[in-house]
Design a protein around this ligand. Structure first.
Ligand SMILES: Nc1ncnc2c1ncn2[C@@H]1O[C@H](COP(=O)(O)OP(=O)(O)OP(=O)(O)O)[C@@H](O)[C@H]1O
Length: 378
């Protein structure tokens, strides 16, 4: 992992740099100090709708090197309002990607100003991890599914308590280190602090992971839209592919109805009284939705199926909250065992810290803390 904020021990001189420039206003997110620094970029590690992400090291004096960082570059002035910097500056949690430095720089290519966010760098995304297993016709071990799902829920517990809704939960926005089992939520480009009675746009979130109320055009949604995304991500880890693959926006609801059954008319009305799209009110399968969950997610065991059935529900108020998810028996194994086996490894590795809750988290958890923290850690 990265030697962030301190001198890097990694010899990156034998890796070929792709770009180098000086930035005058590099602000440290930890200390708020502003310094002139040299930035050396090594390779592109991501490209998204709004910008590119490169791996880079930075130095104030060419002797002390910091990094590697993942530097996300996004145009500084656009019509689209990104609250990413604002949100990353206030978050501090083991399951949220850490912002280390930020600065602006004019691109020599298009002469536009780009915001640069230098974050801790993790080796992979959950999307790559899932597709690697699927490609080899293998399943992600249930222990890994539990480990990753738990950490996403813990990150959400923290974000949602701050009122922050991520609004784009999907496997490519979840970073993982498969060797240590550590997971961090990234990409706060769509995130927003939701306020009661303040409308927000419903056209957010990538299609396969959109909560039903968003599909219906609800503008008074809550942070529970992220919980739907978490359910989709858990399902995808179990199945090896996205569980609801609608070919167009409104067909997405049909895919959901194929697993959950038809949406209730009341739910549709409360989501958006003006909705005039397809209702999918006829059952699309025979038998119960429980039997559908069992068919698709049988290998998640009784507890896994129970958790998914309580997370993937139409009504956001009934969908489990992050603390109820953390307290679900599906995660009991993580409390009992101390080790896991990373992919293709026969050497057990200590699980990352999962119960080192801060005072703030303990406050949010309230009486649930007793159900979540293993007895021997209290
Ligand atoms: N801290 C990081 N460490 C390692 N890789 C990262 C990091 N941050 C981003 N990436 C990589 O860059 C990709 C794009 O990053 P990000 O999702 O933040 O950009 P985006 O422009 O909002 O993308 P999208 O439009 O796909 O949501 C990620 O999917 C991931 O592969």
């Amino acid at each position: 992992m990265s030697a962030t904020g301190s001198t890097s021990s990694i010899n990156h001189n034998n890796v070929e740099k792709t770009n180098e420039f000086i930035a005058d206003d590099v602000t440290s997110n930890r200390s708020n100090t502003v310094r002139r620094m040299l930035i050396q970029e090594y390779r592109k590690i991501g490209r998204g709708a709004f910008g590119t992400v490169v791996q880079a090291y930075i130095t104030p004096n060419k002797e002390d090197w910091y990094g590697p960082f993942a530097i996300k570059k996004v145009p500084a002035q656009t019509e689209y309002k990104s609250r990413e910097l604002e949100i990353l500056r206030i978050t501090n949690h083991p399951n949220i990607v850490k912002l280390e430095y930020f600065f602006t720089h004019v691109s020599p290519q298009d002469h536009k100003v780009y915001q640069h966010l230098a974050m801790e760098c993790l080796p992979e995304t959950l999307q790559i991890e899932i597709s690697r297993y699927a490609h080899n016709k293998m399943e992600l071990a249930l222990k890994h599914v539990k480990l990753y799902s738990y950490q996403i829920a813990r990150g959400m517990l923290y974000l949602h308590a701050l009122g922050i809704c991520h609004r784009d939960i999907k496997p490519s926005n979840i970073l993982v280190d498969p060797n240590t089992g550590v997971l961090k939520i990234c990409d706060f480009g769509s995130a927003k602090r939701l306020e009661i009675n303040q409308p927000s746009i419903s056209y957010i979130c990538s299609r396969f992971y959109r909560a039903p109320e968003l599909i219906l055009g609800c503008t008074q949604y809550t942070t529970q839209v992220d919980i739907w995304g978490l359910g989709c991500v858990i399902g995808e880890m179990l199945l090896g592919k996205a569980i609801f693959q609608g070919q167009e926006p409104l067909l997405q609801l049909r895919e959901i109805a194929k697993l959950l059954g038809p949406p209730d008319k009341k739910f549709i009305f409360f989501s958006n009284p003006g909705y005039d799209g397809p209702l999918y009110s006829k059952p699309l399968f025979s038998g119960t939705s429980q039997s559908r969950f069992e068919k698709y997610f049988g290998h998640a065991g009784v507890e896994g199926i129970d958790l998914l059935m309580k997370v993937l529900v139409y009504e956001p108020e009934i969908r489990l909250s992050p603390r109820r998810i953390l307290a679900h028996p599906f995660f009991d194994d993580l409390k009992k065992e101390q080790y896991f086996f990373p992919r293709e490894s026969t050497q057990p590795v200590h699980l990352p810290p999962l119960f080192d809750f801060s005072e703030y988290e303990l406050q949010i958890l309230g009486e649930f803390a007793n159900k979540i923290i293993p007895q021997n850690e209290e």
